[in-house]
Design a protein around this ligand. Structure first.
Ligand code: EPU
Length: 418
């Protein structure tokens, strides 16, 4: 199993290109199941989760070809199976995103229940409930969601909780339903908006994505399209936090500054100077130590839960005391104990991590537990004195494209070791 060996102490300097968004690419790949003619998706990041989604489509008989510039061509004309088996779903919960499209187009889907997760219980009851309200017959048996429908019927769906993939699954299902579907209390994340734009370019009629209420007028058919995935806001934020923690100066390119308002506001609070262009952000911390900040995670446009762990790492070396309160997932603090192994002064009180910054962290072997927790350990390692060996980095490979290459390009000492 690969590990990352990181020698801390170098401030990040230079430019880095941001990859396409993982959490937009995954639903967009699933949405190709709705189309009758081939689709070309560009700016797809080369990540393990994307490979899993491509594998899942391949398992169904969908023809997927990827060129060396990571353009993905999908042709669903040879599909022969409507199932997502446990072996694939257990490695990536986002596999459940095929449920809505399969049911809407083929009237048939057998999708494994995702099962346990390192950051919380993460049920998919709202996905199932919404599809039932649209007329689907759904039985959950033997660990599988067995869903059948003639043609889904548009209706008004009120989501009890804001759910990102739930909103995406129901929006995709509604795109081919009969009549109009209204999703109330919909997720407003930029990835939901990107999926809506992609679906509209396939011929869907979706309005209101990015607000609480999304209206989807069902159509009979969707056609293939050519679509460019938006830049990854969490990858962007992660490199900016790394630059702030190390007292560096970094310009992220091919980014989407508009999707990062809450994160940039917090980075400014740490004392970082930030400049923004149409598709770039430059952060300058020039040899200074960041000030600790208070974070409260909530659905977009509030501060994203996927950036919480990285700010825990920042607070660990900042001046003063900061609190990080997690409200989206119930168990997303696995990184705290590992940060403590590097010398961080953090204590957990319920769903709040209270952190008093220390002058110096010290390298140690640490264990990655989930994707964003892994990122926080890498960031802490970049400022720790000596060597840190980050184990189980397959979590990182799920969501950060070429992370060690990008960090090396920014002047860090990082090496992948077997
Ligand atoms: N929830 C339910 N029932 C449901 C659906 C959700 O109770 O049917 C609860 C969840 O348990 C959670 C809350 O609602 O407490 C929000 O979960 P949400 O459904 O929004 O999360 P998700 O769609 O499973 C996506 C991202 C996550 C990101 C969250 C929150 C993808 C593929 N995943 O997950 O990304 O943390 O939204 O923004 O889009 C990551 O990239 O590291 C990651 C975990």
């Amino acid at each position: 199993m690969d590990k990352l060996l990181i020698t801390g102490g170098s401030p990040l300097q230079g430019e880095v290109r941001i990859s396409g968004s993982k959490n937009a690419a995954l639903p967009i790949l699933a949405s190709t199941l709705l189309t009758e003619t081939p689709t070309l998706i560009k700016n797809v990041p080369h990540l393990r989760d994307v490979t899993t989604m491509v594998g899942l489509l391949g398992h169904m008989g969908v023809e997927v070809t990827i060129d060396d510039r990571l353009n993905v061509q999908v042709d669903t004309s040879s599909i022969h199976s409507y199932s997502a088996p446990y072996d694939l779903v257990k490695t990536m919960r986002a596999s459940v995103l095929v449920l809505g499209p399969l049911l809407a187009r083929f009237g048939h889907a057998d999708v494994s229940l995702p099962g346990g997760c390192a950051i919380g219980s993460r049920p998919v009851n709202l996905h199932i409930q919404g599809l039932r309200q649209m007329g689907a017959e759904i039985n959950v048996e033997n660990g599988y969601i067995h869903a059948r429908a003639k043609r889904l019927q548009g209706t008004v769906l009120y989501l009890d909780l804001v759910t990102v993939t739930g909103t995406e699954n129901l929006m995709m299902a509604a795109a081919l339903a009969e009549g109009t579907t209204v999703l109330e209390n919909a997720a407003k994340e930029p990835e939901v908006v990107d999926l809506a734009h992609c679906l509209n370019s396939m011929g869907a009629k979706i309005q209101g994505a990015g607000t609480d209420t999304i209206e989807i007028q069902g159509v009979e058919h969707l056609h293939g399209t050519e679509y460019v995935v938006l830049p990854d806001r969490i990858e962007t934020g992660t490199y900016l936090v790394a630059a702030a923690m190390t007292g560096g100066q970094v310009r992220v390119k091919q980014a989407d500054p508009a999707s990062l308002d809450a994160v940039l506001a917090k980075l400014r609070e740490t004392g970082a100077q930030i400049q923004i262009g149409a598709d770039w952000i430059e952060l300058n911390m020039a040899g200074r130590r960041p000030t600790a900040v208070d974070i409260y995670t909530a659905p977009h446009p509030a501060f994203p839960t996927d950036m919480q762990a990285q700010f825990c790492a920042l607070n660990a070396v900042a001046q003063g005391t900061g609190t990080v309160t997690e409200t989206v997932f119930e168990n997303r603090f696995m990184h705290i104990q590992e940060l403590q192994r590097l010398g961080a002064d953090i204590r957990l009180e319920g769903n709040t991590a209270i952190c008093t910054g220390v002058e110096q962290l010290f390298g140690a072997p640490v264990m990655a537990t989930d994707l964003r927790a892994s990122a926080s350990l890498v960031l802490a390692a970049l400022v720790a004195k000596g060597d840190t060996l980050v184990d189980r980095i397959y979590h990182l490979d799920r969501g950060y494209e070429c992370m060690e290459e990008k960090l090396m390009q920014l002047g860090c000492e990082v090496r992948r070791v077997p």
